[in-house]
Design a protein around this ligand. Structure first.
Ligand SMILES: *[C@@H]1O[C@H](CO)[C@@H](O)[C@H](O)[C@H]1NC(C)=O
Length: 165
């Protein structure tokens, strides 16, 4: 009897671990930036000048998170008026190299843990000081992005896009 219980527990844990390595369906879609909290403070703490902050704050941002055509792979797009970054075909927990919004090569890793999707960036030209992580959750059907720097937490809310995909 004990053996069955042990086996059952193993299977249960294995299934849970498997489930946690996938991005839940509710995350997928296209989202438009709606509002931000502490974004200016966050950028200022990172040493971004006033003028550049005004430009960044005015920028429209949309995000697309989707399943890739290859099972187990995903796509994330960051669409802005100035530049789009399209990261297609990545897997959770596997680091890849791609160009960042700044035009520099980044090492990027997406992970999913405890209901939170994280996007980790390191700039290859400054690996020591450039680590940045974006955390995404779905709250009230909105995509919430969280960033933390120097003790300042910034959140940005994205609404599901009403335009066509
Ligand atoms: C997406 O674009 C916005 C607006 O330009 C930028 O602030 C943000 O860092 C970009 N995010 C990523 C992950 O590249």
């Amino acid at each position: 009897m004990n053996l069955y219980l042990t086996l059952f527990s193993f299977c249960f844990l294995a299934i849970m671990a498997e489930a946690a390595s996938e991005i839940p369906e509710k995350f997928f879609g296209k989202y438009d930036l709606d509002r931000s909290e502490n974004f200016d403070e966050f950028l200022a703490a990172k040493g971004v000048s006033w003028f550049v902050r005004q430009m960044i704050k005015l920028a429209k941002v949309s995000k697309v998170l989707a399943k890739n055509e290859t099972p187990g792979k995903y796509n994330m797009e960051n669409l802005t008026s100035k530049k789009n970054t399209l990261y297609h075909g990545w897997e959770l927990g596997k680091t890849f190299e791609a160009e960042g919004l700044d035009g520099v090569a980044h090492k990027i890793t997406f992970s999913f843990k405890d209901g939170v999707l994280s996007e980790h960036h390191i700039r290859l030209n400054d690996p020591e000081h450039s680590a940045e992580t974006y955390y995404y959750t779905i709250e009230n059907d909105q995509l919430v992005m969280k960033m933390v720097n120097n003790g300042i937490t910034c959140r940005r809310w994205f609404k599901r896009s009403t335009g066509k995909k």
